[in-house]
Design a protein around this ligand. Structure first.
Ligand SMILES: Nc1ncnc2c1ncn2[C@@H]1O[C@H](COP(=O)(O)OP(=O)(O)OP(=O)(O)O)[C@@H](O)[C@H]1O
Length: 259
């Protein structure tokens, strides 16, 4: 897809001027990795409303205004829609549905997608904590393979030495493991992968949502994630370590039996 550099420049100007200090630090780190050819791997932590999407959009418009190539993906379709030109990671990278320890993506070396990945200046992957670590490992193997055809040293670099910005919130949705225990779910997340050791971590902590109503929701959802939200005891066993959370009445609506 080709983008109009002039409208991207205007979009960047609009977004960039109000970046907060934390966002600016990530912005500079990512652009420096691209410009200096460092090929860093970043992870952007931030709970809902801290401006991750806003920051991705700012970086994307900057690079597209310079006619650089960004490949933005997200783990879910809904989050992919929020990124300009975004796709789901599974569809963009042809990640196999059934994943094993040594899986690779279904990308042929001479295909268009391989060419795009070779030429890309940046890959952004939002909602990374939702995706199974094996999917990242499959994509890592594939990138090393594709990029090492031109530069043999790529085989030893995470994602072949491509700059990658992963982001998300581990308090939100983790990988879904069919019938899996809490332990199995936690072990499937990317921070349990070897890839994690190579990540440069950034954190956004400032809530950028402006409306009072939204701010209250963000505070409550944070309490849920931290395990501090008001809970109700389970009916069956009042001594149980309960997972039941009391949902504020404002978020509920009455259920009427269908007639
Ligand atoms: N620097 C900023 N200047 C102005 N508005 C901002 C800034 N950063 C974020 N916002 C606004 O704050 C709101 C929340 O930002 P955003 O959607 O990017 O957060 P998020 O971290 O992606 O949230 P979620 O995890 O829920 O998707 C949006 O309305 C966004 O436009």
């Amino acid at each position: 897809m080709s983008y109009n550099p002039e409208s991207e420049r205007r979009e960047h100007e609009r977004l960039f001027q109000s970046l907060n200090e934390e966002q600016r630090m990530v912005y500079n780190g990512v652009l420096d990795s691209i410009e200096a050819g460092k090929g860093n791997l970043f992870f952007l932590y931030g709970h809902g409303g801290t401006g991750k999407t806003y920051l991705y959009k700012t970086i994307i418009s900057k690079l597209r205004s310079q006619q650089k190539i960004v490949v933005p993906v997200a783990s879910s379709g809904i989050a992919a829609l929020l990124l300009p030109g975004g796709r789901t990671a599974h569809s963009r990278f042809k990640i196999p549905i059934t994943l094993e320890e040594h899986s690779v993506c279904d990308i042929k070396t001479r295909s268009m997608i391989a060419e795009l990945l070779k030429r890309a200046d940046l890959i952004i992957w939002d909602e990374a904590p939702m995706t199974h670590r094996l999917a990242f490992e499959a994509f890592d193997r594939t990138m090393r393979d594709i990029l090492s055809k031109e530069d043999p040293s790529a085989i030893d670099k995470p994602f072949g030495g491509k700059t990658l910005l992963l982001g998300g919130d581990f308090r939100q949705i983790l990988p879904v493991i069919n019938g899996g225990s809490r332990q199995e779910t936690v072990s499937a997340a990317i921070n349990r992968s070897n890839i994690w050791d190579a990540c440069i971590l950034y954190t956004l902590s400032q809530n950028m949502r402006l409306k009072d109503e939204e701010k209250k929701f963000v505070e409550w959802i944070l309490q849920v994630g931290d395990g501090n939200a008001p809970s109700i005891e389970t009916m069956e066993d009042s001594n149980a370590d309960t997972d039941n959370i009391k949902i504020p009445s404002k978020l509920c609506f009455k259920w009427r039996e269908a007639r």
